[in-house]
Design a binder for this molecule. Sequence first.
Ligand code: NAD
Length: 301
Amino acid sequence: MAKRKIGFIGLGIMGRPMSKHLLNAGYELVVHDVNREAVADVVAAGAEEAKSSKEAAEKSSLIISMLPDSPDVEAVALGVEGIIEGVSEGDIYVDMSTIAPSVAVEVGEAMAAKGVSCLDAPVSGGDVGAQNAALSIMVGGEQVTFDEVLPVFEVMGKSAVLCGPLGAGQTVKACNQVLVAVTIAGVSEALVLGAKAGVDPLKIVQVLSGGLARCGILENRGERMVNGDFDPGFRIRLHYKDLNIIMKTSNDYQAPLPVTSIVHELFNTAMSKDRGELDHSGLLTVIEDLACIEARTKEAE
Ligand code: NAD
């Protein structure tokens, strides 16, 4: 099948490198963002500019968005001058932002009424994964649509898995964010307990990394947490946004998440302390505050 021309909307930390991989792979791209500098950069790399999401949709037959949050996707997809005003029957719309599963379904239903097939395809792997085309992509939607878009996913990621019907990609992403948030909180508590009891926290990271407690957070962030290095990475404010989605989803499905709800409040505390721009492993500073460990908290601010 001939390569579809792609409309790419949202050229931020993630979308910008992802769109450039598509250009490098030979896809024709028309791009839109409210940030002029981001558009100019991707246009300089070979893309065409669209002045609105509607225009990006008019000029392409596969539209991809990578936006911050659910309200942004609703506005870009369904709002005035939005994608829905520019699509034609047979187009495909793939939203790769992390948003509420219910919003993915709502947008998909509105697009289906116009003859447009949708996939929700959030990612994990962070900014480094986006830059290295090594994202893990979790997809919801129809098999036939997934099969057609798979070569495009393969340009941006190292794996793409169809998880179920529309919304299932966002549900799996929510599960991922539950586990990562709870793990960060657990690692933080372990490090604070050990440090207050007088053990070198670096030793704790080394020893735990070799046993049953080993995990991605210890592996990728353990040493940096001990050193008080909270340069993002994935920011606390974005993980807090995801936890808000998760708590709403847990209410929607009456799936109580007692542990996650406490971690949600810890992220809320980090936000209230104006630490939203720290890497999410900076949640450690909140646990340190509770234990009256002051030195590293000051460093972080
Ligand atoms: P970002 O804020 O860097 O980029 C979002 C882009 O969308 C910005 O360039 C912004 O100008 C643009 N935008 C916002 N509203 C718009 C509108 N109405 N019309 C056109 N453009 C608009 O965010 P990001 O870090 O690239 O994250 C994007 C999504 O990916 C989020 O949902 C995030 O949770 C998810 N995600 C991020 C990471 C990460 O490490 N940054 C990892 C996995 C998933």
